[in-house]
Design a protein around this ligand. Structure first.
Ligand code: HEC
Ligand SMILES: [Cu+2]
Length: 361
């Protein structure tokens, strides 16, 4: 069959079907909203809603990203000017020197050394200018990392992000809090396959390669929530391997970090208490960590402060009790192929586990 026919007839129908399915299926609608449809979440007033984030490279929010986007725009303008110049010259030559009825033979010239030198030298000069700009940008956006130990270790997992604050020992997932105006050194590791760390408004992309730690800088000038994503296909949930960088004034960041290092203790309701026991008895503890309990595994995200996070499962859904319950009932509804298994929990168990997880602040 002609591939064009496939493209023009089957695909649009397929997309329509998917869209219909998404608007009817409540789980799918969550996925859809997670994709950045502007919608304010009522509980987040102090910080911007996760859906306000944008990831536009041309609105940089750090010196590193600014250098990259300036290089891009500068090169674009430079090349556009050359395009305009060449186009104008060609049109001029075509019109001015076209053949007319009764026109004499054109002058036959063989070689014009001066012109040849000019049209060799000018392009070389252009390339030199561009090379210098690129070298400068590389110097600003990616200065060589010192031998000192990194501030943060980011571990890419299929399909979520582990964040270790090496200097304080705090552990987070899918949400990187940083103080504004400080250049942090990141070490990037993989737990499985090749991933790629990318926060378009803040820094360059950096591959995450198993067995080969990479380093890069992360910095933000202004407080805000910056969207990040894995930028290297890493398996079926690659598109839901997102994260947020939450840049805060230093005092707010310090307060957040102190909270992260504190063991949450409130287990008020009897549901939450039963949920806590379920968490230890069921297999949850084999894959997750909750500080202050025996659960200390890193197959899945650290859940010590899960209730404070804005998104679930690396951006697949907003972190609400309803979505948590949907996730525990069947992670595959959010992320088909997710490495968290469906544990066939009863509705009562899910209710109590959600009550417990909601106390983990
Ligand atoms: C076999 C390992 C495994 C078991 C068992 C497991 N999980 Fe998970 N869990 C994961 C993985 C892996 C993820 C990350 C999924 C993703 O985002 O792709 C995850 C994600 C989660 C999340 C979302 C975390 C976040 O930061 O968004 C919650 C909540 C969660 N699990 C709770 C539980 C509970 C409660 C149990 C026990 C009933 C449990 N898990 C059992 C592996 C496991
Ligand atoms: Cu990835």
């Amino acid at each position: 069959m002609n591939p064009n026919t496939v493209g023009s007839t089957i695909c649009p129908l397929g997309i329509k079907a998917i869209q219909r399915e998404m608007s009817e299926d409540p789980y799918a609608r969550n996925l859809f909203h997670g994709m950045g449809t502007p919608r304010r979440s009522p509980q987040s007033t102090a910080m911007p809603s996760p859906y306000d984030t944008n990831a536009f490279t041309l609105s940089p929010a750090s010196p590193q990203a600014a250098a990259i986007s300036q290089l891009f725009v500068g090169t674009l303008i430079f090349l556009a000017a050359i395009l305009v110049l060449v186009t104008v010259l060609i049109i001029f030559a075509v019109v001015r020197y076209r053949d007319r009825p009764g026109a004499p033979e054109p002058i036959q010239s063989f070689g014009w050394q001066k012109l040849e030198i000019i049209w060799t030298a000018v392009p070389i000069l252009c390339l030199v200018v561009l090379t210098v700009c690129v070298a400068w940008t590389m110097h600003v956006s990616d200065p060589p990392a010192p031998e000192e130990s990194p501030d943060l270790r980011i571990v890419g997992h299929q399909w979520w992000w582990e964040i270790d604050y090496l200097k304080s020992g705090a552990v987070a997932a899918n949400e990187i809090h940083i103080p504004i105006g400080q250049r942090l050194l990141l070490e990037l590791l993989s737990a499985d396959v090749i991933h790629d760390f990318w926060v378009p408004q803040l820094a360059r992309k950096m591959d995450i390669i198993p067995g080969h730690p990479n380093r890069m800088w992360l910095e933000a000038d202004t407080p805000g929530v910056y969207l990040g994503a894995c930028a290297e296909f890493c398996g079926n949930e690659h598109a839901w391997m997102r994260f947020q960088v939450i840049a805060q004034p230093t005092e707010q960041f310090d307060a957040w970090l102190r909270d992260q290092l504190t063991i949450p203790s409130r287990l008020d309701s009897s549901e939450a208490q039963r949920g806590g026991r379920l968490f230890a008895d069921r297999t949850c503890a084999n894959c997750h960590t909750v500080m202050g309990t025996r659960a200390n595994q890193r197959i899945g995200p650290d859940l010590t402060h899960i209730a404070t996070r804005r998104m679930l499962a690396a951006g697949a859904a907003e972190n609400t009790p309803e979505n948590l319950a949907l996730w525990l009932h069947d992670p595959n509804k959010f992320k088909p192929g997710s490495n968290m298994p469906n544990l066939q929990l009863s509705s009562d168990d899910v209710r109590d586990l959600v009550a417990y997880l909601e106390t983990l602040k």
